[in-house]
Design a protein around this ligand. Structure first.
Ligand code: ZN
Length: 271
């Protein structure tokens, strides 16, 4: 290919695609900066109780969620390609004024709605996390007010049941705590995990051995909360014989919750 022909082709491409590079740059700018500002404003309006740091956190997570969507949909970038496709015709004609805000609000409604939905979900999760952190702090505060005892408690958690044993395998139940829990429960229906946590805090053991056989527990699971509250006083068993039995679906005579049973369960806790 002669130099003249190569130059001519370059020129022809350049002339035909004049608006392309500008559309690329603008689409990137919209995707990275304009969208962040839009999310930040949307969060400010809809969730005015969030401070600027929290808003920034939500906006960054929302943007991250959108980028993950983008990466999952297409290597080339689904949203960026659509933004570029909307911008290109506007840049490809006579030089004129392009209102980026207007273009996005009228031609990228799906993206903006997706961003708003994602931001709402991030805020919801953020508030749930914060509430959980406050809950854990309260439990730790209550635990710190209890004197440390030398008892060791084995806590068993499956997807259906929660129960506790002492070191000898004797089932633990606490009538006083159970009764108090029933009294404060508005509908009289006591959550077994709340009850177990109350018993654990009341007894303030120096060690809790967690036998966690849950599979479908949503985050945060009860064993995770126990670890957050009791910190290094809570240790997980190392696939003990009792857990192996439970994994095989053999719960034996395990109690359904803390309010029943007074005998023994799984005496071979030393495995
Ligand atoms: Zn175990």
């Amino acid at each position: 290919m002669s130099r003249e022909r190569a130059d001519a082709r370059q020129l022809a491409i350049s002339l035909a695609g004049d608006a392309g590079p500008l559309a690329d740059v603008l689409a990137e700018c919209v995707w990275n900066d304009w969208l962040y500002a839009y999310i930040d404003h949307d969060v400010r309006v809809r969730f005015p109780y969030l401070d600027s740091d929290e808003r920034e956190y939500v906006a960054l997570l929302t943007q991250h969620a959108l980028r993950s969507q983008e990466a999952a949909e297409s290597e080339e970038g689904l949203w960026i390609r659509r933004i570029r496709a909307e911008l290109l015709p506007l840049l490809d004609g006579e030089p004129g004024f392009c209102n980026l805000d207007g273009v996005m609000r009228f031609r990228a409604k799906v993206l903006l709605q997706t961003a708003e939905d994602a931001a709402g979900e991030v805020v919801e999760q953020f508030l749930a996390d914060r509430e959980y952190e406050e809950f854990v702090s309260l439990l730790r505060y209550m635990l710190e007010s209890r004197p440390l005892t030398q008892s060791v408690i084995h806590l068993f958690c499956t997807d259906e049941r929660v129960w506790m044993c002492d070191e000898a395998g004797a089932l633990i139940r606490d009538d006083a705590v159970t009764e108090a829990a029933h009294q404060v429960a508005e509908d009289g229906d006591v959550n077994v995990e709340d009850l177990a946590m109350s018993v654990l805090i009341t007894r303030s053991p120096c060690r809790i051995v967690l036998h966690d056989v849950t599979h479908a527990a949503p985050w945060p699971s009860f064993p995770e909360t126990v670890e957050r509250v009791f910190l290094n006083r809570a240790v997980r068993c190392r696939n003990c014989a009792a857990c192996r039995r439970l994994e095989q679906g053999d719960a034996g005579e395990a109690p359904r919750d803390l309010s029943e049973g007074s005998g023994r369960w799984l005496p071979r806790l030393s495995d």
